[in-house]
Design a protein around this ligand. Structure first.
Ligand code: ADP
Ligand code: ZN
Length: 733
């Protein structure tokens, strides 16, 4: 290639730095062809290894090494007709690369996921009646012409479908000149109407809404935490901040942790602003994705609601970022460029000087510590909307009240279920485990069915009739005989998943309409929206669900929540296990009794005395947070210290172990700096690669990213060994 970026000369001399969406070192230099003017941020196509690839003109980086000789440079091929990437966005890419210890190109790649969007959308062709009459009129042709008579242009297939004829009939009419080919109008971006009246807010809601809207109007960087109990109307409140951004002619971005939550959100948004916002998530079709991307780049997309990847959209006039359910771990991406979308949203807002609103009923410790330090403002909604009370939480001590053999629901929970159904109300049974059973073993020899690529058990999914690995996606049919001893029909399912729980509910209450809701049974936002509708219309009595139904949804007649295994999240015990369990169970509990009918939460646990359970029962969030904060501070753990995880992996176990040891030997030192490991990762084999973990722990004021970058720059891992960096890790598997 010989094109490596090494110059600080401005574009005027006829060369530019172009950042390419690949994990290469820095930007590369290219020549600017005569007659082409290029500004930083512009989207171009350049040659790379014999191919034309997209890139972005990057700002010259001063102090770089001497320039590559001009004769060796290749020229920019073309410039795309699309607004340049905003300066704040380019700084964000650079910042994020430095913080996550990644190549800037790897971050740029997340911003350019839709190459096709670089070209303007070409109009599809449609058909419209022409003046010429067809030579021969059949009944089928007549039907088509009757439909077309309104003069609207339609695609050939639409016409054929409306007229109930085959496509050849329509093509025939086109070929004989009875239908003209015309370009179809392109869809227009939705225009949310902020002047429509919003909900009549209660005084506490109004105070919070006014404060948020004021921040948007003033502009500039600020972070506010909207801290309100479940059902307090946080969404209605931050809608007023969105309205303020729209009124100021700005764009707004609302991040949601999971697409499971977007369906309900889109509806509520439409009720407030007259149209749905633009959605951005992994399930979009290519055409929708490229259109959304371009609308954002052109400033035409006024409000985008999306998963964490929406943070990388090129908003030119962003005026507000909302991070709903800010405490959610779904905001953390662990592979590739490992980042936390909440934290990066704050950085992006800081670089672009705009306000951020973090929203939660159970804010993260990180955020609460920033509130304590007055870095973030806090707006509080202490009560549920409309006078609804918070549900009462009772523990069921499974040591004293065990479920019958082979069952998972204790007597008290079953009785509560019966009473709920009797009262014509709905119940949610929460078990955060997909599938039928987490483990299948052979009763003859004790062999456990395991993933061939990972150190993990295969999970039986009876609905699909498969065994699946939840780590790598491997799936297979349940074998007829044990692969170890050959015994037939001796498999035993161990432990419950939601599918097995459903079986129990159906056996206990044959007349109740019960259903499983989990990510593998709900494909995409439409399926979720449908399900929500069915729950609202009371076509479902008992939801048996994973965390997919734990959050965000508002079901007026849902009055009972049964937590089937409250201890599940505490096993493994990583840094945030208690915090995460508290948040999740609190969210689930918050689904109960959101309107007039009071809610009740039954929490099955073997550890009713555990601080998490105690805090849930007493409704004592502050006490729980204070304990957790003290524990982390004493241990120097985040947010009071910094962690960087390194995962060294290879298909060759010995090579990975050697490389991990070599890294430890070269580890940085200094006051308060500790390197733990190497240790085989709890998930020691993943997708066929053996994994070792190292953990760098530093004081809070240390620039742990820079320290890690220098550490890794000292030596390259041998061939086949990968070192993955995770700054601020959330998973320790
Ligand atoms: P949260 O996000 O705090 O859990 P939501 O925003 O989902 O709460 O509000 C709970 C329910 O109360 C929703 O159905 C919402 O439409 C309704 N609601 C909240 N505030 C108002 C209000 N001021 N007027 C009318 N309905 C409201
Ligand atoms: Zn696997």
């Amino acid at each position: 290639m010989g094109n490596e970026r090494a110059s600080s000369q401005p574009a005027a001399t006829g060369r530019v730095a172009v950042l390419l969406p690949y994990p290469l070192h820095g930007a590369f230099d290219y020549l600017v062809p005569a007659g082409m003017a290029l500004m930083p941020g512009e989207h171009v196509a350049v040659p790379l290894a014999g191919r034309a690839v997209p890139g972005v003109v990057w700002d010259a980086s001063p102090g770089a090494a001497p320039a590559v000789a001009r004769e060796k440079l290749k020229a920019v091929l073309r410039k795309f007709d699309i607004p340049p990437m905003p300066t704040a966005m380019r700084r964000f890419v650079d910042w994020m690369a430095a913080y996550t210890v990644s190549a800037p190109g790897a971050v740029l790649r997340m911003c350019l996921r839709v190459n096709a969007a670089l070209e303007p959308e070409t109009a599809r062709l449609g058909l419209r009646p022409a003046s010429g009459a067809p030579a021969r009129l059949t009944p089928a042709r007549e039907r088509v012409l009757r439909i077309a008579a309104d003069g609207l242009a339609r695609t050939a297939s639409e016409l054929a479908e409306l007229a109930d004829v085959g496509p050849s009939v329509v093509h025939g009419l086109r070929d004989c000149g009875a239908l003209d080919v015309v370009p179809l109008p392109l869809p227009l971006p939705p225009r949310p109407d902020w002047q429509r009246p919003g909900a009549r807010l209660e005084p506490a809601q109004q105070a919070a809404a006014t404060a948020l809207a004021e921040r948007v109007r003033t502009g500039g960087f600020s972070v506010a935490l909207l801290d309100g109990v479940t059902g307090s109307g946080k969404t209605e409140v931050y809608f007023e901040a969105v309205a303020a951004a729209l009124a100021a002619g700005r764009q707004a971005l609302v991040l949601l942790p999971e697409i499971a939550l977007t369906a309900g959100f889109l509806q509520r948004f439409a009720a407030r602003f007259g149209v749905a916002p633009i959605a951005w998530h992994s399930e979009l079709k290519t055409a929708e994705r490229r259109r959304a991307w371009r609308w954002v780049a052109e400033g035409e997309a006024r409000v985008v609601v999306g998963a964490r990847s929406a943070l990388f959209l090129p908003f030119p006039k962003l005026g507000l970022v909302v991070v709903d359910e800010e405490h959610e771990h779904a905001y953390k991406q662990d592979d590739g460029v490992a980042y936390h979308a909440r934290d990066m949203a704050i950085v992006r807002a800081q670089l672009a000087a705009l306000p951020v609103v973090l929203v939660s009923a159970t804010p993260s410790l990180e955020t609460l510590v920033n509130v304590d330090a007055d870095r973030y403002a806090r707006l509080h909604l202490p009560e549920r909307f409309g006078g609804a009370g918070l549900p009462g939480v009772e523990a069921i001590d499974l040591r004293r009240e065990p479920p019958p053999r082979g069952a998972w629901l204790s007597k008290r929970l079953v009785e509560a279920l019966a009473a709920t159904l009797q009262a014509n109300e709905q119940a949610l049974l929460f078990l955060n485990r997909r599938g039928y059973a987490p483990l299948t073993l052979c009763r003859a020899c004790g062999h456990r069915l395991q993933c061939p690529n990972c150190s993990a058990w295969l999970v039986e999914h009876r609905f699909h009739g498969r065994l699946m690995c939840h780590h790598c996606g491997y799936d297979t049919r349940l074998p007829a005989a044990c692969p170890a001893c050959g015994a037939e029909d001796r498999f035993a399912a161990c432990g419950p998943g939601v599918e097995r729980l459903l079986e129990e509910v159906r056996a206990l209450f044959p007349a109740a309409r019960a259903e499983v809701v989990a990510s593998d049974t709900m494909a995409g936002p439409e399926a979720i929206a449908q399900l929500v509708g069915r729950v609202e219309r009371q076509e479902i009595d008992v939801i048996v669900g994973t965390q997919m139904v734990a959050k965000g949804h508002h079901f007026p007649r849902l009055t009972l929540v049964g937590v089937v295994d409250g201890d599940l999240g505490l096993a493994g015990g990583d840094l945030r296990a208690t915090e995460r369990t508290y948040q999740l169970l609190h969210q689930v509990a918050g689904r109960a009794g959101r309107e007039a009918r009071p809610g009740r939460v039954l929490l099955q646990t073997y550890m009713p005395e555990h601080p998490v359970m105690q805090a849930l029962i007493a409704g004592d969030r502050d006490g729980f947070v204070a304990r957790e904060k003290a524990a982390r501070r004493t241990a120097g753990m985040p947010p009071f210290g910094r962690l960087v995880a390194l995962i060294v992996s290879s298909a060759d176990e010995a090579a990975a172990a050697r490389a991990a040891r070599a890294l430890v030997a070269a580890a940085p030192g200094g006051p308060g700096i500790v390197v733990l490991g190497p240790a085989p990762a709890p998930l020691s084999l993943l997708r066929g690669r053996f994994r070792f973990r190292l953990l760098l722990k530093t004081p809070r004021q240390t620039n742990a990213s820079e320290l890690t970058r220098r550490w890794l720059a000292a030596g390259r891992p041998p061939g086949g060994v990968r070192v993955q960096v995770d700054v601020d890790p959330y998973t320790f598997l």
